[in-house]
Design a protein around this ligand. Structure first.
Ligand code: NAD
Length: 280
């Protein structure tokens, strides 16, 4: 359910925007990925709901999407495993004929202060957050290239949306693995956008600020934590997963056909250096 804009209004605004397209959303059984998969389905796309664990939650997302009259399937794969990513894209093409939209969303945190951070914590976050997006984008691009532009479906041969974070530009003490992974996502996204634009493949990113999901529960669960967090958000509210879903749906649509290599910050102004509103 959309908490800020009525679901029926969102449905009316986005109806048919992505009709006849197939989307693959990674990490789609929770938080931002779940809202995004549902948003894409509401906009008319068939959706592959990727998950790494939690089949039941993935099936619930599939049920919600199919209630819009489009198709959806749940597919288990670890985005950091090359063979699993290849199999997932192959299955998408087998089931739906092709792939038009990739939302490389799966991500995780393994926090520790710098000298306490183990190599395993560093590696795991880089593997999922950066290498996972590389693998998914590479396999999706092969299918976009094979098929090319189908003008009745979209002006682009394919759209890739990388889920980044405000931490692609805001350093984050105690989270060097996460911030480094998102800094990497920014440069990977821009480089792919430059390389693939001549083939009419649009690569962009969405950079969420603080969104209420399981990944950052400790930052919004208690009133004290919430108050601390709100000091960093000029717009004075914590974001909802639907705020990100709306941005992804628009970016994936032909309304944004000339948007290439851009990061859309969806952060209530978190990247506006709010400390300078009263200081400096
Ligand atoms: P979440 O924990 O609710 O969702 C993360 C999803 O990724 C889950 O479905 C999880 O199972 C999946 N995942 C983890 N490892 C995976 C793997 N190896 N293979 C496939 N799936 C895997 O958190 P979220 O907040 O919805 O995060 C989604 C994305 O948004 C992440 O990339 C995160 O970095 C980014 N983000 C979130 C926020 C926020 O405030 N919540 C802010 C900025 C960026």
């Amino acid at each position: 359910m959309d908490s800020h804009i009525e679901a029926s209004r969102v449905g009316a605004l986005s109806a048919g925007l992505l009709k006849g397209q197939t989307a693959l959303v990674t990490g789609a059984n929770s938080g931002i990925g779940k809202a995004t998969a549902i948003g894409l389905g509401r906009a008319g796309a068939d959706v592959v709901v990727n998950y790494v664990s939690g089949l039941e939650a993935a099936e619930e997302v599939v049920r919600e999407i199919t209630s819009f009259g489009v198709r959806a399937v749940a597919h288990e794969a670890d985005v950091s495993q090359e063979a699993q990513v290849t199999a997932m894209v192959d299955r998408t093409v087998q089931d739906f004929g092709t792939l038009d939209i990739l939302v490389a969303n799966a991500g995780m945190q393994r926090d520790a202060t710098f000298t306490d951070m183990t190599l395993a914590q560093w590696q795991k976050v880089l593997d999922v957050n950066l290498t996972g997006q590389f693998l998914c984008a590479r396999e999706a691009t092969k299918e976009f290239r094979r098929r090319g532009v189908v003008p009745e479906v979209s002006r682009a041969a394919g759209k890739i949306i990388c889920m980044s974070s405000v931490h692609q530009v805001i350093p984050w003490a105690g989270h060097v693995n996460y911030a480094s992974s998102k800094g990497g996502v920014q440069m990977m996204m821009q480089t792919l956008a430059q390389e693939l634009a001549p083939e009419k493949i649009r690569v962009n990113a969405v950079a969420p600020g603080a969104i209420r999901t399981p990944i950052n529960r400790s930052a919004w669960e208690t009133p004290e934590a919430r108050e601390d967090l709100l000091r960093l958000i000029p717009y004075d509210r914590i974001g909802d997963p639907e705020d990100i879903a709306h941005a992804v749906v628009l970016l994936a649509s032909d309304l944004m056909d000339y948007v290439v290599g851009t990061t859309l910050y969806v952060d209530g102004g978190m990247t506006l250096f709010p400390g300078f509103a009263t200081g400096g």
